[in-house]
Ligand binder design. Structure first.
Ligand SMILES: Cc1ncc(COP(=O)(O)O)c(C=O)c1O
Length: 363
């Protein structure tokens, strides 16, 4: 078996110990005589799995008791509609910060639903190369919530601060940075994230929502999008994404066994520093993101020559460094170095980058 270093933005690498454990338990989980894939979600074997997943995530993220943890389906994109439908009833209007493609999609989805939503800040004119500064005076005092995307997967930017929204709930899409470092959950009204980057295979969406915000859902909204219904049913109003939740639990186990999110952050900082330090030390590659907005999870760079960029991604793939091509909308390269990417993977990438630069001089 020859595993590669997979720099995919998502679905992405999972920790090897997690895959090994899932493999070992594939045919028979515990004494159950069956795979977790085959279990009823309401069985005595499965219920402890989802309960442990929630308990471990609460421990890992230090989630206060007045927050509900929901394991849903539909991807983060479904939450682009669910967020306004669940929250706009608070005041009837909401504010959005557009710092990249996904926050733009979230904003457009709320617009499409006919709500009074306002983009209060964007860095679109700068190709989203940094995170906007959001100050309290920009926010409409009667906004039901302020929506941000905490880490912009495509552009490789991340908030280095939590915007101060006063009493107005802050809603954050954390799909590409969830459980990569500690965050103060109490500073947010809602945090949501697709699982397929840092938590599990695709198929599960995590929603962490402050309890008092469960009261504002639209009367006529689809039941499946209503957080209150999901919260009252322990994420089991219908069949939850059982197997993905099980793998997420294995991932939470793995992080806890390493020492939790402080340790995870240390490991992630070490990896990102290695790559950014190299990028800053030379002039063959250009890192377009402003330094104060750099993502620790998605590192973007270009050579400045589209043909060389293309060659870079294909030569790297041939050398066992896969999926380094940037998002189709921006080009260039992107190295997604989520929790499961080992330090050695980033070392191998930097060594490859040096070799490629030496062997492919620019015209
Ligand atoms: C920050 C962010 N938000 C939302 C999405 C969309 O997620 P999903 O595919 O789970 O709908 C992605 C996907 O890459 C993402 O990176």
């Amino acid at each position: 078996m020859n595993r590669v270093y997979n720099f995919s933005a998502g679905p992405s690498m999972l920790p090897v110990p997690v895959l090994e454990r899932a493999a070992a338990e594939m045919l028979c989980y515990g004494e159950s005589g069956m795979s977790v894939m085959e279990m009823s979600h309401r069985s005595k074997d499965y219920e402890p799995i989802i309960e442990a997943a929630e308990a471990q995530l609460r421990q890992l993220m230090n989630i206060p008791d007045n927050y509900k943890v929901l394991f849903l389906q539909g991807g983060a994109s479904t939450q682009f509609a669910a967020v306004p439908m669940n929250l706009i009833g608070r005041t009837g209007k909401a504010d959005y910060v557009v710092s990249g493609q996904f926050s733009g999609k979230a904003f457009k989805e709320a617009q499409k639903l006919g709500y009074d939503v306002k983009c209060i800040a964007t860095t679109k004119d700068d190709n989203f190369d940094h995170i906007p500064t959001v100050t309290p005076d920009m926010i409409r005092p009667d906004a039901a919530y302020v929506h941000i995307c905490f880490n912009n997967t495509i552009y490789g930017t991340k908030y280095s601060y939590i915007p101060d929204t006063g009493d107005i709930p802050l809603v954050a899409d954390m799909s590409s940075c969830i459980i990569s470092e500690p965050v103060d959950v109490s500073k947010f009204g809602v945090i949501y994230a697709g699982a397929q980057k840092n938590m599990a295979p695709a198929g599960m969406t995590l929603v962490i929502v402050r309890e008092d915000l469960l009261e504002y859902a639209e009367e006529k909204m689809p039941t499946m999008l209503e957080w209150k219904t999901m919260a009252e049913n322990g994420s089991m109003y219908n069949t939850p994404p059982c197997y993905t939740i099980y793998v997420a639990k294995l991932v939470y186990d793995w992080i806890l066994s390493l020492g939790g999110l402080d340790v995870m952050k240390e490991m992630n900082v070490k990896k990102a520093t290695l790559l950014y330090d190299y990028l800053d030390s030379q002039d063959y590659y250009i890192a377009p993101v402003k330094k104060d907005s750099r993502s620790m999870m998605n590192v973007t760079f270009v050579t400045g020559d589209a043909d060389l960029d293309k060659k870079f991604a294909s030569d790297a793939a041939a050398a066992g460094l896969k999926n380094l091509k940037g998002h189709r909308s921006v080009g260039g390269m992107r190295a997604s170095i989520y929790n499961a990417m080992p330090y050695e993977g980033v070392q191998a990438l930097v060594a490859f980058m040096k070799k490629f630069a030496a062997e492919n001089p620019k015209a």
